[in-house]
Design a protein around this ligand. Structure first.
Ligand SMILES: [Zn+2]
Length: 88
């Protein structure tokens, strides 16, 4: 599910971000992002954290280290990377 959000900037690359895609295929479980949810910048692939529904910050090194290798955020990164490679 794609949720349109008020425009904000990626704190890493400053690209404008105005949508959030939920990785869930189950639409009944999809929802708008909440504080603490992860997101991935579609431009620079930075892992970001919603601080509120409209603001993002960079994942800290400690948070990054605590993520399990099979966290869904890494699959989201890989999917975006494949999409970018297919377009180039
Ligand atoms: Zn970015």
């Amino acid at each position: 599910m794609i949720t349109r959000l008020p425009a904000t900037s990626c704190p890493v690359c400053q690209s404008t971000l105005d949508a959030h895609g939920d990785e869930l295929d189950d639409r009944s479980a999809a929802r708008a992002p909440r504080a603490g949810d992860y997101s991935v910048c579609v431009y620079c692939l930075a892992i970001l954290v919603f601080t509120d529904p409209h603001t993002l910050r960079v994942l800290t090194a400690a948070e990054r280290a605590a993520l399990p290798a099979d966290d869904p955020v890494f699959e989201v990164q890989a999917t975006i990377r494949r999409f970018q490679a297919a377009r180039n």
